[in-house]
Every structure is written in structure tokens, then in C-alpha cells.
Design a protein around this ligand. Sequence first.
Ligand code: ARG
Ligand code: ZN
Length: 496
Amino acid sequence: MHAFAKAVVLAAGLALAASSAHAVDPFFPTFGNNGIDVRNYDLDLDVAMPSSRLTAKATLDIRALEDITTFRLDLTGLTVSEVLIDGVPAVFNQRNESKLTIRPRVAIPKGKSFKAVISYAGAPKPIQDPTVPDDPSYQLGWFTYDGATYALSEPVGASTFYPSNDEPTDKATFNRIAITVPAGYTAVANGLLKSTTPLGAKTRFVWSMDEPMTTWLATVHINRFDVKVTATTTGKPLRFYSTAATPAADVASYAKSRSMIAYFETLVGPYPFDSYGSVVVDDPALYYALETQGMSTFPLGAADEGIVAHELAHQWFGNSVSVAAWADLWLAEGFATYFEVLWPNRRSPAAFDAAMRRMYDYAVDAQLGPAVVDRPEDIFSDRTYVRGALALYALQLKVGTETFFRIARTWQETYRGRNANSRQFILTAVDVSGDRTVSTLLSDWLFKAPVPPLPGGQPSAARRLGPAPKPDLVGLRCGRGSHRGAPAVCAGAAAN
Ligand code: ARG
Ligand code: ZN
């Protein structure tokens, strides 16, 4: 390692350790709460079906980041009946309809850890998606449809079903997500299935995510599922949940995650969680997939393995290594889009290059702005997905394929289970490549408006055929970026 690079990486590491984040994100300032660090969530949810009415108890292990007399959690549309702090009843209120404000009987000094047990109930409802603030058909959180339930929360929907510190840097383990449902239903959540217990007219499913997870990745699915159980090549459980309405081609596509995991492991290092799986939502209103940690969620129509590769890549990029701020979401979506293109082209570097160059031509034609975005409406835009993936491709062309994947692996090892930002990515790339000019290249891709030239790039062969068509990528389907220009099928689905 170069001495210069070593010094900057060290400095970045220290800065990270000192700040340890837990700041409310500027994109969604009404979510997240100062002064607390949640270490673990234990959720015990009893869900009546088909109403999906919830009776629940959440136990949060919290560390005080400052002296606390009162603190707040995000919770919306559910009624709290009791709060215990280290076993002692606390005063609380829900006067702010999206916050639970708690005043412990005795003040908690900075640095102390304590347990908050919150009993609550109600019929959860989704909330407005603030990335599309002017369209009430875009919602987040807990949904019910046709006698089934699913919870999808990116970026800020967690408060619809559990009291949370809903900001991206307060990662926590979820060592128990227990879901009790009427017999005949299956309940799916993140991570490992620990137990299934028949209790007369009900069944209790206990799940566990022992690696840190951001609040928006927590998921719950309740439906009449079929399951296929297998294992990764390293022996970790793989579970694929489908319904009677799920096309066989979708299920066949999920099964490819076994070989995808093995392939991605050779490139970027070990799969970061104890298990993987996928679960279908057969509500036709859902038009996107989500990388819910350890158990990706798919809409109907996931027969294209690109979408399976995309959500799987997120387990490393976005889930294990999470963004420190929503503005930097390209660190998740750019990598996921890169691997989505790489997987089907893995046996042909020429085909991969051609696909990336088509994407480049599209970026130039569309004059896509920098990968780092400055407003919440742009976090799911082409800038994040396409320009983010192209920034990585430009880096690969500059440093070579072997060094590029060394950077990706080092990024994973350095920030596993934590949060990181664009500056830290640039430092890692400079450090691993030993090439200080990589910093300029990445800064141009990430922060500056004009689409930079590709290193060593002549115009692509496809260019001679005229304007570049929109590539068929997960991030470009159904208006992920341009909701308003969404194809009719997506607009109709979203309005349901
Ligand atoms: N992270 C998801 C993916 O790329 C996209 C989520 C879109 N979310 C939304 N609320 N529109 O697979
Ligand atoms: Zn994605």
C-alpha cells in the first residue's frame, strides 16, 4: 500500500469511528431521531388475517448517545398501550402522529444501554412515498391485498409496522422477528427461519437476522405460500417462496440465485448473511423488486434473471455495506445495475463491454447528471442506477478488471455491516489501485454534471446505428426513475 493512500484511508477510518453517524438524513428530515443508537430490534407480531390487524410488542436495545430525558421513535398509525424502560413504566405520547415520544421515569446518562419494551396495536396502513411526494398512489410500508400482507419500506416506511429509528445509519440486528398468523398462512421475514410452531388455530414463525440491517430492509410477508428449500454451495439455507399465481418461469429464475451467489463470491467475497431466499408478492400493483435483507422480494414477472442478479448483488452492496446518506444511493444501485449487466454476459467480456457501451450512449443522449443526487425525488433515478453503474465501469476500464474487483472486495471487507459514503469509496479505490488520478475520474462521474468520456473510449459500434435506446434494466423499468413517464402498464399498476 502506498504511504499516501494508507494515511488517507486511516484518516477516513478515524473520522468514521468518531462520527459513528446516527444523524437524521437531510433528504427525509422528519424520519430518524437524535440521541439514540438502536442495537437490536426484537419484534413479536400477532397478525389477524385477512384484516392484517396487528397486536405487537417490540423490544429495542438502545444506547444513549447523549443524556436522555425524553427520546423519540418513528411510529405511524398504530396505538401504543404501554412502554417499559428497563422494566419500569414510562410516560409516553403520540401527539406527533408519526412519532412515539418517551420519557423514562429516570433520566438515562450518555453511554448507557437500556431496553425499551413497546406494546402497540392497530391496523397498519402504508404512508406516502416521499420520493414521489405529489402522487398519492405511491406508498410505503405495510400493505394488504386480497387476503395477504407485505411490508416494503425503502426509503422510510418502517414506522408503519414497528417503532424504529428510521434513518439509514442506525443499523441494528433483528435477532428475533416472530410472526403469529392464523393456521394455513405462512409468515416470511428476513434472515434465518428459526422455528415454526403450531399453536392450535394459529402458527408462529420465528425469523432472525443476526447481521446489522437498516430499518427499511426489514420485511414481513403473510400469504398462502409454497416453499422450495435448498442450500448455497457453502451450505447456507436458500428458501424460495411462491404462490399459486406465481409463474413457473419466475420460480425457475429465483433458483438461479444459487449459482449467482457462487459466482459473485468469486468476485467480491463471501455472501454476507447466514441465509438467502426470495419471496413473491402477487399483488399486481407492485411494480418493483426490493433487496429485503437475506430474503429478496419480487413482483410477479421476475422470469428475467437480471432482476434476480440485481437484488442479490444488493445483499453485498447496499445491505451489508449500506449508504451513509440517501444522496449516495448509487453505491447500492450502481453496483446492483453493474452486476445485473455482468451476470448474463459473464462468459463474454466483449458482450459485457457492448452492453455497458450501449448504456453509456444512453447516458450521453439523456445527458444524465452526476451519480450523487441532491434531492429525494432523484434517489431512484437513472443518475443513481445508470450513471452509478457507468462510474464503476469507467473505473474498471481505468484500473483493469483484476484491480477493479480488488477494490470491490476491499470495499466489502472494510465496511462490512456498516455505512459508507462516496468519499470513502474514492479513498478505497485510490488506496487499492495506488493510482491517485482515480480520484479525479470518480469525482467527475459522481459529482460533476457532464457525462465524462470513458477511459480509452472510442464511440461504440452501436453508435453508428443512431440514438441509443433505453437499456432494458431493472432501474429503468416501470418508471423507477421517471415515475411520471412510466409505461402505461406501470402507471396502471401503481394506481391500484
Ligand atoms: N431498491 C429497489 C431496487 O433497486 C428499488 C426500490 C424502489 N422503491 C420505491 N419506493 N420506488 O431493486
Ligand atoms: Zn436496486
